[in-house]
Design a protein around this ligand. Structure first.
Ligand SMILES: *[C@@H]1O[C@H](CO)[C@@H](O)[C@H](O)[C@H]1NC(C)=O
Ligand SMILES: *[C@@H]1O[C@H](CO)[C@@H](O)[C@H](O)[C@H]1NC(C)=O
Ligand SMILES: *[C@@H]1O[C@H](CO)[C@@H](O)[C@H](O)[C@H]1NC(C)=O
Ligand SMILES: *[C@@H]1O[C@H](CO)[C@@H](O)[C@H](O)[C@H]1NC(C)=O
Ligand SMILES: *[C@@H]1O[C@H](CO)[C@@H](O)[C@H](O)[C@H]1NC(C)=O
Ligand SMILES: *[C@@H]1O[C@H](CO)[C@@H](O)[C@H](O)[C@H]1NC(C)=O
Ligand SMILES: [Cu+2]
Length: 586
C-alpha cells in the first residue's frame, strides 16, 4: 500500500542509471486483489485461538566434563515448506530456517550462544529454482544466471568478522550452485565477544531482503553471559524468559503470502513499493496467538521483524512494562512505562508482572500509525497483537525473580570525539509524487566508501532526515546511541540547499539545527544497533567501533574485506539503496 508521501526531490530515471544484471523474467503476476479484500481475509481469522508456539532451540556451545564451555558448530538450512499461520487458514508456502525441512520453523530456531564461546554456523540454501514472491530486477538485485533464490545470512547486532557478516554481495543459491562476487565461505564464525543480549538473524541478499524476510527467513539469536546474567536474578528458563518475534503479513484467500506485484511507479520500478504493511499481526509464526501465563513476572524479549510497521505497545488493562534492555544491551536501570515504541528490527527486553493483573485476559495492543508517524491510524486488526490469559492461583514454582534497581553500567558515554560526520537521508520521488528510491548522503551502495572509521575508535554522527518518514537506522558491527534529537528549522530552505549541494556545512546546518530538542526516551539510552531517525530532525549519535562494555578493541581484525554496511531497517528502503558501505580501517 502506498501511503501519502511528500515530494522531496524529483528525478527522472535517466539520471538514475539503475538497471543492473541481465534482463530476466520476473515471476508471473499473481491474481489481482484489492486492499479491502486483503483486509477481509485477515478479518476472517478469529483472534486468539492459536497458542503462542514454542520455538525450537539450538545450542551454539556445549560443556565439557570439567564444566568448561566448548565452541559449537551448527548446520542450519533454508527450506521451502508449508506453514500454518492460523488454525482455520490453509497452509502457507514459506521459506524457513531449520536443521531439516521437517524441523524448519517461522521464525527459525532460537540459537543459544554463550558469551566468549565461539559459535560456528554453516548456513545451507535448499531453496527451489523460483521465488514464492514477486521481486524487482530494476533495483540493484542479486540475479543468478541459472535461477534459484539468492540468500546470505546476517546476524543482526553481532560483533563479527566481515567475512561472517553476510555481505549483500556474498549471496549464494541452492547448493552454492551460484555465488555472488563477495562470497567466500559456507561456515560463518560468531565470536560472541560482546556483552550478553538479544540478536536476530535474517537474510541479507542484495535487493531481496524485503522479499526473503517476508517469505520467512528470520530467526532469533541470544547471547547469555554465564556469570553476569545469573547475578541479575531476572525471570529465567524457557517458560518465563520468552522471545516474541512480531511481524505483519497479508494473505490471499488460498493461504499464500501477499506481496504487491505492482510498484508504486510501475514505469520505473515494475514491482518495488516503498513500504510493506500486512493486515494480520503474527507472533512467533501464529496470527494473533494467546499465551497462558501464571500470576508472576515474565521476561519478554520482543523483536519487531516487520518490513516497515512500527509498534507502539500497550497492555489493555493499563498495566506497565518494565523495560530492562533495548536492542542487544541492558539499560543502566529499569524503566517502567505504560507504552513503548518499537521500530522495525528494534528489540525491547521487558518484564511484565502478571501478579498485578486484576483481570483474566490482557491484550497486547498497538497504536502506531503506518507509515510511522504520519500515516494511517491502526484498526481493529493491526491494533491488536496477542492475548495473555492469566491463570488464577499462586505461581508454581514460586516467583523468586526480582527486577534489580541497577542492571548494567557499560563504559560511560562522553559527547566528545575527534571525528564528526554528517549522514543525510534523502528520498527521491517521481513526477507523480511516489518514491522511486532513497539514498544516504546522495550516494548508492556501490558508490565508493566514505565511512572509514578507525577500528577501535569513537565517532559522532549527525544524522539528518530530509524525508517525511522515520527511518530506523542500523549499523553493522558498531553500537551507538542518540545523544541529541533536534528539529531542523526552515526545513524547506535547508532541504532545497542540500538537494543542490549535498553538503551540510555549506548549507549552514548549524543555523538550521536549532529547533526544539526531543528528550531521548529513557528506555533507549543504552548501546543500540537501531536508532529511530525522526523526519525533519538532526539526530546526533555517538558511534563506537569497539566493544562498548569496556571500550576494548575488537579481538579480531575488523578492517578486512568485504567490510560492513549501515542502512535503514525498513527493508523496502534498504533494498532500494538506503544503504552504504562501512569500512573500518587500521
Ligand atoms: C562444522 O560443520 C561443518 C558442516 O558440517 C563442517 O564442514 C566443518 O568442518 C565443521 N567445523 C568444525 C570446526 O568442526
Ligand atoms: C498494489 O500497488 C498498486 C500500485 O501502487 C496499487 O494501485 C494497488 O492498489 C496495490 N494493491 C494493493 C492490494 O494494495
Ligand atoms: C516493527 O518495525 C517496523 C519497521 O521498522 C516498525 O514500523 C514497527 O512499528 C515495529 N513494530 C513493533 C511492534 O515494534
Ligand atoms: C504510544 O501510546 C501511548 C498510549 O496511548 C501514548 O501516550 C503515546 O504517545 C504513544 N507513543 C507514540 C510514539 O505514538
Ligand atoms: C535560504 O534562505 C536564505 C535566507 O533567507 C536565502 O538567502 C537562500 O537563498 C535560501 N536558500 C535556498 C536554497 O532556498
Ligand atoms: C549561517 O548561519 C549563521 C547563524 O544564523 C549566520 O550568522 C551565517 O551568516 C550563516 N552563513 C551562511 C553562509 O549563510
Ligand atoms: Cu527507511
Amino acid at each position: 500500500m502506498v501511503r501519502a508521501m511528500i515530494l522531496v526531490v524529483v528525478l527522472t530515471t535517466a539520471v538514475l542509471g539503475f538497471m543492473t544484471g541481465p534482463c530476466v523474467s520476473t515471476p508471473p503476476p499473481p491474481p489481482q486483489v484489492t486492499e479491502a479484500q486483503l483486509q477481509q481475509i485477515a478479518a476472517s481469522l478469529q483472534m486468539y485461538v492459536d497458542e503462542l508456539p514454542e520455538i525450537p532451540r539450538l545450542y551454539g556451545y556445549s560443556w565439557d566434563s570439567n564444566g568448561v564451555p566448548v565452541p559449537g558448530n551448527l548446520t542450519i538450512g533454508m527450506y521451502e515448506k508449508k506453514w500454518k499461520f492460523h488454525r482455520d487458514f490453509p497452509p502457507t508456502t514459506v521459506f524457513a530456517y531449520g536443521t531439516s525441512a521437517e524441523a524448519a520453523t517461522v521464525p527459525g530456531p532460537i540459537i543459544e550462544a554463550l558469551r566468549n564461546t565461539r559459535t560456528l554456523v554453516t548456513w545451507l540454501n535448499f531453496l527451489p529454482q523460483k521465488h514464492i514472491l514477486p521481486f524487482d530486477t530494476t533495483i540493484p538485485t542479486a540475479i543468478p544466471k541459472n535461477g534459484g533464490v539468492p540468500t546470505v545470512v546476517h546476524l543482526h547486532g553481532a560483533v563479527d568478522p566481515a567475512d561472517s557478516d553476510g555481505s549483500a554481495f556474498a549471496w549464494y543459491t541452492s547448493n552454492f550452485g551460484e555465488t555472488g562476487p563477495k562470497w567466500t565461505q559456507a561456515t560463518y564464525t560468531y565470536p560472541n565477544v560482546q556483552h550478553s543480549g538479544n540478536l536476530w538473524y535474517h537474510d541479507h541478499a542484495l535487493g531481496l531482503t524485503r522479499v526473503n524476510l517476508l517469505a520467512g527467513l528470520v530467526g532469533i539469536y541470544r547471547i547469555t553471559d554465564p556469570v553476569f546474567d545469573h547475578t541479575l536474578n531476572l525471570p529465567s528458563g524457557p517458560e518465563f524468559d520468552r522471545h516474541l518475534m512480531v511481524f505483519d503479513r497479508s494473505f490471499y484467500m488460498d493461504g499464500s503470502l501477499y506481496m504487491n506485484a505492482t510498484g508504486d511507479n510501475p514505469s520505473i520500478h515494475p514491482q518495488w513499493q516503498p513500504e510493506y504493511f500486512g493486515d494480520a499481526i503474527i507472533v512467533n509464526g501464529k496470527a494473533w496467538p494467546y499465551l497462558e501465563v501464571q500470576r508472576r513476572k515474565y521476561r519478554f524479549r520482543i523483536i519487531n521483524s516487520s518490513n516497515a510497521r512500527f509498534f507502539n505497545f500497550t497492555l489493555s488493562n493499563g498495566m506497565p512494562f518494565t523495560i530492562i534492555g533495548s536492542d542487544a544491551s541492558y539499560l543502566p536501570s529499569p524503566v517502567t512505562t505504560p507504552s513503548f515504541l518499537l521500530a522495525p528490527s528494534e528489540i525491547a527486553d521487558v518484564i511484565v508482572d502478571f501478579s498485578l493483573a486484576s483481570v483474566k485476559e490482557i491484550i497486547l495492543n498497538n497504536n502506531a500509525a503506518y507509515p510511522f508517524p504520519g500515516g494511517d491510524a491502526v484498526d481493529n486488526l493491526n491494533g491488536q497483537v496477542m492475548k495473555f490469559v492469566v491463570t488464577p492461583g499462586n505461581p508454581s514454582p514460586p516467583d523468586n525473580s526480582v527486577v534489580p534497581n541497577i542492571l548494567k553500567n557499560y563504559v560511560p558515554t562522553t559527547m566528545t570525539s575527534s571525528v564528526t560526520r554528517y549522514i543525510v537521508l534523502y528520498e527521491y520521488d517521481s513526477a507523480t509524487g511516489n518514491p522511486t528510491h532513497l539514498f544516504i548522503n546522495g550516494k548508492s551502495l556501490t558508490d565508493p566508501v566514505t565511512e572509514t572509521p578507525k577500528s577501535g575508535s569513537t565517532e559522532i554522527w549527525h544524522v539528518i532526515n530530509l524525508t517525511p518518514d522515520n527511518h530506523p537506522l542500523h549499523l553493522h558491527l558498531a553500537y551507538y546511541q542518540a545523544l541529541k534529537v533536534q528539529q531542523l528549522v526552515d526545513l524547506d530552505n535547508f532541504t532545497n540547499c542540500m538537494t543542490q549541494k549535498n553538503d551540510a556545512v555549506a548549507c549552514n546546518v548549524s543555523a538550521h539545527a536549532t529547533g526544539p530538542v526531543d528528550v531521548v526516551p529513557a528506555n533507549e539510552r543504552t548501546w543500540k544497533n537501531v536508532v529511530k531517525i525522526k523526519p525533519g530532525y538532526q539526530t546526533t549519535v555517538i558511534v563506537k567501533f569497539n566493544l562498548v562494555e569496556n571500550d576494548a578493541p575488537y579481538p579480531f581484525d575488523a578492517t578486512k574485506s568485504p567490510g560492513y554496511v549501515y542502512h535503514c531497517h525498513i527493508l523496502d528502503h534498504e533494498d532500494n539503496e538506503m544503504i552504504r558501505p562501512l569500512q573500518p580501517v587500521p
